[in-house]
Design a protein around this ligand. Structure first.
Ligand code: BES
Ligand code: ZN
Ligand code: ZN
Length: 518
């Protein structure tokens, strides 16, 4: 009792500080390397003349550095800060992803430095603004650490300054790219902070408060639905999952409306609805998860909702022309005397009934209410995209670098894939094989909440499809990509913020795929 009282008091007086006041790195573009930096990065391709002054291919090679992608070599100098040679690999294969990874390798090599500069290389076929964006993201995301509950370490201080030093004549493009990279990285770091926050501190109610205060600053409309409001809406999925919890549920609805220079709403280029799984902690419910390391990562089961919230905060500053409505479905999934029982039947928004045969397949229950709400919007959305840490099966199938994507509209799925490639938040399509739909048949309700032993990611997708009323829809299963168990390029150990940059890129470039019946 004392412990739970203590942690509750803590939650009130010590709300995840990094969310309130994020660590900021100052970004700058300069014609020459500032004198106060701790080191300077310079890129070296694998198969070309070494241009950096004072460097020589034979000397680098003798030190074991060939310019392979991801290789770095620190070179102390008599005068000025040390130089860091950063491998780019073969110039012909250079793309934004390789630049992002190389910048991340640089950032990790100089992990103790507070101020660093990076020379912008000849980027070949990559437009220089996209290159500058990728370099900025690589450095900032690699240097991310979740620090609020750790005392400061000199080994890994926060990065205070990053300066990009362009070649001649393209300063403006470098600046534009760097600003964009800063926006994308800050949003990703925010999503990481949310997912790394302990579940007792970041409850559904607290996340709603965070969303409310952010919405004001970021030009979003926000509406918060508590338990009573959810009951009035008939959101039996979210309420069913919340039944065992001491913490109240929240549905957070956010709206971004594109506006003209005088603040007037303008005709949007399209309308998107986003749905995020916001399970603040997934214990499994009465079907309790085992006491293992996977269970210990379930504070991150709200990563889909976190990625959406983070992405939404950038839309105004990026001048987005698409209208976006988001539903974040937030509760934890806990066992108790009031928890939903195996065999219970829930009635989801819109009237479909679901037999709960596994209390650990809770994500699809909370998402289903929101998918129905999205289909009821007027005018109807041109696309619905949902994102969720939904199934361990998806992680088994695809590993931890790509999320699964499924959908009922191939050109929409293609847009999600393209955003994945551009941002490095990659996705791999799984087939929405409707022959498997029969696995969801229930004896007592319209369907049950899990299928058979196989193809768990696909049957979860088929479950969700039941609620989208045939509107263009794509589903992203990010169970595998939400966390990194070790530092890997720009992914820092812990929550990855996966999906944030993918969603920003997707929303910014969205093209409606078919005539929507408004
Ligand atoms: N939150 C989990 C999925 C998950 C697993 C996320 C691993 C991140 C890492 C989800 O709610 C869950 O428990 N899914 C079950 C589904 C099953 C009961 C059909 C699973 O994957 O085992
Ligand atoms: Zn679960
Ligand atoms: Zn879950």
């Amino acid at each position: 009792m004392l412990t739970s009282f203590h942690s509750r008091a803590q939650a009130e007086f010590h709300p995840a500080p990094s969310i309130e006041s994020p660590e900021e790195t100052k970004l700058a573009v300069a014609a020459t390397v500032p004198t106060d930096v701790g080191c300077v990065g310079t890129f070296v391709g694998a198969d070309e003349e070494v241009k950096a002054p004072g460097l020589d291919r034979a000397v680098l090679k003798a030190a074991g550095f060939e310019g392979k992608a991801g290789q770095t070599l620190l070179i102390p100098r008599k005068e000025g800060p040390p130089l860091v040679a950063v491998g780019l690999g073969a110039r012909a294969q250079l793309d934004a992803g390789k630049l992002r990874d190389a910048a991340a390798a640089f950032a990790r090599t100089v992990g103790q430095q507070k101020r660093v500069a990076l020379q912008v290389p000849d980027t070949g076929s990559v437009p220089v603004d996209l290159a500058a964006q990728a370099l900025t993201e690589g450095v900032l995301l690699a240097r991310y650490r979740y620090r609020p509950y750790k005392r400061h370490s000199e080994q890994e201080p926060p990065l205070e300054n990053l300066t990009l030093v362009p070649g001649s004549g393209n300063t403006e493009e470098v600046e534009q790219g760097m600003v964009r990279g800063g926006i994308h990285s800050r949003a990703t770091a925010f999503a990481r902070d949310l997912a790394n926050s302990p579940a007792t501190l970041l409850t559904a109610a607290r996340l709603a408060e965070v969303a409310e205060s952010l919405a004001k600053r970021c030009g979003l409309e926000v509406e918060i639905f508590d338990g009573e409001a959810l009951a009035r809406l008939g959101c039996g999925g979210l309420l069913g999952v919340n039944a065992g919890s001491a913490e109240p549920p929240r549905m957070i609805k956010l709206t971004y409306t594109p506006r003209g220079s005088r603040g007037e709403a303008v005709q949007p280029l399209g309308r998107i609805s986003l749905v995020g799984k916001g399970i603040m902690f997934d214990s499994g419910g009465l079907g309790l998860k085992p006491n293992d390391l996977v269970h210990a990562t379930m504070k991150g089961d709200m990563s889909g909702a976190g990625a959406i919230l983070a992405a939404m905060t950038t839309l105004k500053s990026l001048g987005c022309r698409t209208e976006v409505t988001a539903y974040l479905m937030c509760t934890d999934n806990m066992p108790s005397g009031t928890a939903m029982k195996l065999g219970d039947v829930l009635t989801v928004r819109g009237g479909k009934t679901v037999e709960v045969i596994n209390t650990d397949a809770e994500g699809r229950l909370v998402m289903s209410d929101a998918l129905v709400l999205a289909t009821e919007q007027s005018p109807k959305p041109d696309a619905i995209v949902d994102i969720a840490t939904l199934t361990g099966a998806c992680q088994r199938a695809l590993g931890v670098l790509s999320a699964g994507v499924m959908g009922n509209d191939q050109s929409l799925v293609e847009q999600v894939k393209a955003s994945g490639e551009r941002t490095g938040d990659t996705v791999w399509q799984l087939p929405l094989d409707r022959r498997l739909r029969q696995e969801l048949e229930s004896e007592v309700a319209d369907m049950k909440n899990v299928g058979g032993d196989n193809a768990g990611a696909i049957t979860a997708g088929l479950f969700l499809e039941e609620f989208v009323a045939g509107l263009p829809w794509a589903h992203i299963d990010m169970a595998g990509t939400a966390r990194a168990e070790r530092d890997n390029a720009w992914r820092s150990k812990g929550a990855t913020g996966y999906g944030t940059r993918l969603l920003i890129d997707f929303v910014m470039g969205f093209q409606p795929t078919r005539e929507t019946r408004h």
